[in-house]
Unconditional design. Structure first.
Length: 118
């Protein structure tokens, strides 16, 4: 199986939240109860993990909506043309954050800035 751009964005946004995987999965399941925890864990797993699942546009939409709500913002539409620039922003912010720990407030601000550019 191959990792999709949707998987990379989902994992990157999740990483930017600083949430434990179980807390992220709970947020998504609270908003979308029909999505299984196993599927969500597979979406944020590495390709080498037996639980890995390729993400779809719907999976990305769920993740973006939940993370936007967590960050205290809204998103309008997710256009296919916006995925590559979105991944670039996520990757850049992950690189900046790798230098140290940020507060939850700072993480939410970073995510609001990224999501504003969708």
């Amino acid at each position: 199986m191959t990792e999709t751009i949707e998987n990379r964005i989902i994992k990157g946004l999740w990483s930017l939240t600083g949430l434990k995987s179980s807390d992220y999965i709970k947020l998504v399941k609270d908003a979308y109860p029909n999505v299984s925890g196993s599927k969500l864990r597979g979406l944020i797993s590495g390709v080498g993990n037996r639980n890995f699942r390729p993400a779809t546009a719907v999976d990305l939409e769920h993740s973006l909506c939940v993370i936007a709500k967590w960050a205290g913002t809204d998103i309008d539409n997710i256009l296919p043309d916006s995925l590559t620039p979105l991944l670039t922003l996520v990757d850049r912010e992950l690189g900046v954050m790798s230098g140290g720990a940020l507060s939850v407030v700072a993480r939410k601000e970073v995510l609001r800035k990224i999501l504003k550019n969708i």
